[in-house]
Design a binder for this molecule. Structure first.
Ligand SMILES: [Mg+2]
Length: 250
């Protein structure tokens, strides 16, 4: 039976430097546009990657855009789910045309709400004098989500806008949207844009190709739980947001 690991990347398979321990033996694995390393694996993460890739086909399931995915230095050889599930890349690197057409329709429907979310965030940021600059993240010709990061990486700077602007908007006009918040990432996504939907689509495709399959899901964020629940088994790294809500909480 073919085994597939749908796996989030950032904070699941590797970390940015501030999250690495002082005695870790680090190797760079992901890079910025200027070529500078931005994320690293420690020895345990490298051993996990070696073990997993020996027994399973790894399918990255990430919020990374096409460009940022290309700056991860690991030989993923199968499908790749990027943009929070907005794009599925085939093994040859081209977007799955059926999925792309479906998301083009869905994102066209979502675009007015995304613009409203962006305007709502812009208005709050200017009024409150925040340094963060909200932006609409698009990729491969499609708009996907509104992203807000504090430029000084002080995650707490995003708490007020989340509580006072984003959550009230989601409870009213933005009811077709949802929040992804983990550390210094605050993203407002259309509900139709989610990793679980892309994973379920791809699982059906993989069953057509391979017959019965076994699937594993692995991620660090609350927002990863849905796609992990769509798999036969779930793997949660210790010390993550999702572990704090599940295994460590219990
Ligand atoms: Mg992650």
């Amino acid at each position: 039976m073919h085994k597939f690991l749908f796996v989030d990347l950032d904070d699941t398979l590797f970390h940015s430097l501030p999250k690495c321990a002082a005695d870790d033996v680090l190797q760079p694995i992901a890079f910025l546009e200027d070529g500078a390393p931005v994320s690293y694996t420690n020895a345990r993460q490298r051993a996990f990657l070696a073990m997993a890739s020996a027994g399973m086909t790894l399918i990255p399931t990430t919020a990374r855009t096409h460009g940022a995915m290309g700056r991860v230095d690991y030989p993923f050889a199968s499908y790749r789910i990027i943009d929070f599930g907005g794009v599925i890349l085939a093994p040859d690197g081209t977007p799955d045309p059926v999925w792309h057409a479906r998301m083009r329709d869905d994102m066209a429907t979502a675009l007015p709400g995304l613009r409203q979310a962006l305007a709502m965030c812009d208005e709050y940021v200017q009024r409150a004098g925040l340094a963060a600059r909200p932006r609409l993240v698009d990729d491969l010709g499609l708009p996907f989500y509104v992203l807000l990061k504090d430029p000084h990486k002080v995650a707490a700077c995003l708490d007020a806008i989340e509580q006072e602007a984003v959550l009230p908007w989601l409870a009213g006009e933005g009811r077709d949207f949802c929040l992804h918040r983990n550390g210094n990432n605050l993203a407002i996504l259309p509900q139709v844009l989610n990793k679980a939907r892309a994973v379920e689509y791809l699982q059906a495709r993989l069953r057509d190709e391979h017959g019965d399959i076994m699937t594993f899901g692995m991620g660090d964020s609350r927002s990863d739980a849905r796609f992990m629940a769509a798999c036969d088994y779930a793997i949660v790294p210790r010390g993550t947001q999702l572990a704090a809500l599940t295994t460590e909480a219990l």
